[in-house]
Ligand binder design. Structure first.
Ligand SMILES: *Cc1c(COP(=O)(O)O)cnc(C)c1O
Length: 411
């Protein structure tokens, strides 16, 4: 049985432990929600201050050239490429994950003319399914979203499937798809493979190129610590870049935006996936988070996330076994990302009571308590302490109060 001293020893030997000091986390909080909104890096405030005061305030519109604003999507995207196993010119930072998904699924359909099915799984992250539903309604002509449960999904990739759209690490359960095998299965049926990396990038060692992935999207405000509503990113494998078109043919994706001609002509490479003017404040904050990640070896991040998750499962089962929490994540860390979920009918109230005690995780309807173990700033003793507080909340039934049952707009 692991003790708190064991956890302190693990922290002392942890090569990633020094990264904790790079984040501005409040006293008395154990933050287990970096998979939903990453914590604030200490360098972000000063960086934004400089962008606002000097680049915007003093240098004004000249900064598009002199401060490299116009290159920010490519520059930040190129850095993110290093975190997802892509080449720098295959990734750009742009828009939201939802909008990027719309562009790339539409592009995938145009690369596979005659095929009408977009295949995903039921219970995928809602925006992924909603965006595909909206695109199918817009396109008509029999284009449709088909959802098939995970265990039957690969067998359902047939000659009508244009693109398979899956979230590598499931937002609720943390279950991780085997990227290489599923991509190969899609290719064997002539389909393209699009991965949503929102719960992967910055937490696990994603390797898009070695998996031979075609397309990917991902989120900037989760493990990448880009701040609330940060720009997202998208990946188009080099082999598709010349043929794929964006349905959102804005001027920033034009071959020559400042020629101001009437006729649209796509930019070469991944830049054609840009639409409107890049959000410089958001990209500047995102770049700070990405730069931090680039200093941490991906394999070390993934290994620590798994160990934290294993430790959490072990301690919850050993110390909170009386409370009837059911593990809702894969027990085997190899099949899991960096978060762990437990199910309980009173999960919402339990999570509110935990948050009131400074242990911040989140709740996902209908019954999931979700705990994210961000390897850059969560330590082993944090996990111990969080479980101790959870045990107390459960044992004293502190969650059993009206206050904790009132559901907020954002859970
Ligand atoms: C968080 C998340 C998103 C977020 O999309 P937004 O457009 O930023 O709201 C999309 N997909 C998945 C799988 C996510 O986890």
């Amino acid at each position: 049985m692991t003790t708190r001293d064991d956890c302190l020893a693990l922290d002392a030997a942890d090569p990633l432990a020094p990264f904790r000091a790079e984040f501005d986390l409040p006293e008395g909080v154990i933050y287990l929600d970096g998979n939903s909104l990453g914590a604030l890096p200490r360098a972000t405030g000063p960086r934004l201050q400089a962008v606002v005061a000097q680049e915007w305030g003093r240098d004004l519109i000249r900064s598009w050239n002199t401060a490299g604003w116009i290159d920010a999507p490519a520059r930040v995207g190129g850095k993110i490429a290093g975190l997802v196993g892509a080449r720098p010119h295959e990734v750009t930072a742009a828009d939201s994950t939802s909008a990027n998904l719309f562009k790339l699924v539409a592009g995938a359909l145009s690369l596979r003319p005659g095929r009408r099915t977009i295949l995903s799984e039921p219970g995928n992250f809602p925006t992924d399914l909603y965006v595909i539903q909206g695109l199918a309604a817009l396109l008509g002509q029999g284009v449709r979203l088909k959802t098939v449960p995970a265990d039957e999904l690969v067998a359902a990739i047939d000659e009508d499937v244009a693109v398979v759209v899956l979230t590598e690490v499931h937002y609720k359960t943390g279950r991780r798809w085997p990227m290489k095998a599923v991509t190969a299965a899609a290719h064997a049926a002539g389909a393209l493979m699009l991965w949503d990396l929102s719960h992967s990038a910055g937490a696990v060692a994603v390797d898009l190129n070695s998996a031979d992935a075609d397309l990917a999207v991902g989120c900037g405000y989760k493990y990448l610590n880009g701040g609330p509503g940060a720009p997202a990113f998208l990946f188009v494998a080099e082999r598709h870049q010349a043929a794929i078109r964006s349905p959102l043919t804005g001027w920033m994706g034009h071959a020559d935006p400042f020629a101001f001609v009437d006729a649209y002509a796509p930019a070469p490479g991944v830049r054609r996936q840009l639409c409107g003017t890049p959000p410089i404040l958001g990209l500047s904050a995102l770049e700070v988070g990405v730069d931090l990640h680039l200093r941490a070896p991906l394999a070390a991040l993934e290994a620590k996330g798994k160990r934290l998750g294993d430790l959490f499962i072990e301690l919850v089962e050993a110390r909170c076994g009386f409370a009837g929490l059911t593990l809702a994540s894969p027990r085997d860390a190899a099949g899991r990302g960096s978060h762990v979920s437990f199910a309980h009918a009173d999960g919402y109230a339990m999570m509110q009571a935990l948050i009131a005690r400074g242990v911040i995780g989140d709740f996902r309807a209908p019954d999931i308590l979700r705990f994210g173990f961000t390897p850059l700033y969560v330590g082993y003793a944090d996990v111990w302490d969080a479980v101790e507080i959870l045990r107390d909340v459960l044992e004293t039934r502190a969650y059993d109060q009206e206050d904790y049952r009132r559901v907020s707009a954002v859970t």
